[in-house]
Write a protein that binds this ligand. Structure first.
Ligand code: FAD
Length: 474
């Protein structure tokens, strides 16, 4: 009998640059499997919007596999017992997978590997999600980096990331397939169906990710360094959910930037690769400081006097704060499962600094509503905004939501798109509509939830209570 291997798909839902699949394909019959076990994933278990994406992506992967004469076997339950059952049913003697870096999954995967190896099963894992492994990049003292620029310089100073692997053209499949559970039984799709906005905004799956990269790298990337902060423009790649689910790999993006960019390797592609560098940095931090999923990296922030304010949180999450740019961001998120990075920074800053609500509450809301919810990036984004993480914006630097709107949405196109109440509002006071006394009464839009000047003073006073010197260093 030809040797058989399981390829355990996780956040690597693609066929190209797929080291686990490639390794198994060279050994004999390949049995691709996905195991739905959210209970084991802890804080990395997908939220509601991500579950919708996962359903679509698993469907797309199964279709791609079927075109190769293969298929995706679906199982539910603890990973170890599910794999053991499949090994027994199929007679497979090896399991290949690509690594994940969330603390709960490192612990789970280590247990699975040890248990399988102790039963004589060959197990091998690979890097498919990052340009550089978190343990490869170290300071001169051998410690993990906590500041982005030296981290990225160290990455750039070493060997180039390896080239992406091609899609195996053909591989052997077993003549009899093991039983697969129906995808619908995972219950990933929302009931009632609220996913219309997600469906019309995205094309989950490897082909969708590849197409988006093709479009982005053949034009917009040339202006990325200038356009990436303008919320109304198509200046960013929107590859984040494809990257999170592993439908495209950072190595593929890296090589496409070097090879296909319409513009020679200039400021746009270089700035873009640096943003991928932030993704690398967030995984580096999550790996070395796993407690940061729920605890601030800077310990003094453990005592920060966050406010419990249910009504304010509801107004923020529903996009009814009375600050147009904040409301536009939160409504874009609710409708499409994604928010522009500049809007993420503004909305997150408003929650933690103007409303003084704990960053963990905001992170949980993002986790449930983002299609790109990613434990490493979300944790870094929120700790950065709250000023309590590595290389974070200092807490005392407080975004003014009106000025942010005027600067990064100067024509008001972003606000008009997502806050239809203000669609015909004059641009002059679009970002501070409460000042336009003559037209304000005709618009059904809430007054500002808080006075920004008051909120700023309150935030600085709160900061002083946890700062030893009454003032934080930048
Ligand atoms: P591009 O601008 O096209 O960037 C390309 C890729 O680089 C992104 O897809 C992403 O993988 C990576 N990247 C870009 N900016 C960052 C960054 N600041 N940190 C880490 N990686 C980055 N990103 C997520 O993928 N998942 C999250 O859950 C997430 N939560 C966030 C929460 C907050 C409060 C903030 C401020 C940022 C968060 N980000 C998160 C980072 C960033 O906003 C998104 O990655 C980006 O907006 C995705 O859009 P894009 O693919 O068009 O990005």
């Amino acid at each position: 009998m030809a040797s058989r291997s399981l390829v355990w798909f996780r956040l690597d839902l693609r066929l190209a640059d797929q080291p686990a699949l490639m390794a198994a394909a060279t050994k004999g019959n390949v049995i691709p499997v996905f195991i739905w076990s959210p209970e084991e994933e802890g804080p990395a278990a997908p939220g509601a919007a991500s579950r919708w994406w996962l359903h679509e992506s698993l469907n797309a992967l199964d279709q791609s596999l079927r075109k190769k004469g293969s298929r995706l076997i679906l199982r539910r339950g603890p990973a170890l017992s599910s794999l053991q059952a499949l090994l027994e049913e199929t007679g497979a003697k090896s399991v290949y997978w690509n690594r994940r870096y969330e603390p709960s999954l490192i612990a789970r995967d280590t247990k699975v590997k040890d248990a399988l190896q102790s039963r004589g099963i060959y197990v091998e894992s690979f890097n498919s999600a990052l340009l550089f492994e978190p343990w490869q990049i170290k300071t001169k003292a051998g410690t993990p980096f906590q500041v982005f620029t030296p981290f990225w310089n160290a990455c750039m100073g070493g060997p180039e990331p390896s080239a992406p692997l091609v899609t195996p053209t053909q591989w052997a499949s077993p003549s009899v397939w093991p039983k697969s559970e129906p995808l619908e039984s995972f219950g990933l799709l929302p009931k009632p169906d609220w996913a219309g906005g997600l469906r019309s905004s995205w094309d989950p799956g490897e082909a969708g990710g590849r197409e988006r990269l093709k479009v982005f790298s053949s034009g917009p990337v040339g202006q990325y360094h200038e356009a990436r902060d303008v919320m109304s423009e198509d200046g960013v790649s929107r590859l984040s959910p494809h990257l999170h689910f592993g439908e495209i790999s950072p190595r593929q993006i890296w090589s496409s930037m070097q090879r296909d960019s319409a513009v020679s390797f200039g400021n746009g592609p270089a700035t873009y690769l640096k943003e991928l560098g932030w993704r690398e940095f967030s995984h580096h931090l999550l790996y070395h400081f796993p407690q940061t999923v729920s605890e601030p990296l800077r310990p003094e922030f453990a005592q920060f006097p966050w406010r419990r304010d249910h009504a304010a949180f509801e107004a923020w999450s529903g996009g009814h704060t009375g600050f147009p740019v904040v409301d536009a961001g939160m409504r874009e998120l609710w409708r499409t499962g994604w928010m522009h990075n500049r809007a993420r920074m503004i909305c997150a800053s408003f929650l933690v600094k103007d409303l003084l609500v704990d960053w963990r509450q905001g992170a949980a809301w993002f986790w449930d509503t983002l299609v790109d919810a990613d434990l490493a990036n979300n944790t870094l984004g929120w700790q950065w905004t709250a000023g309590c993480g590595a290389d974070a914006a200092p807490f005392f630097r407080i975004f003014n939501p009106v000025l942010q709107g005027q600067k990064f949405d100067s024509k008001g196109e972003y606000v008009r798109r997502w806050v239809p109440e203000l669609a015909t509002f004059p641009v002059k006071n679009l970002h501070d509509p409460w000042l336009a006394k003559d037209v304000q009464t005709k618009v059904a839009y809430p007054p500002p939830l808080v006075d920004h000047g008051f909120a700023r003073d309150r935030a600085l006073a709160a900061l002083a209570t946890v700062s030893k010197k009454g003032k934080f260093d930048a």
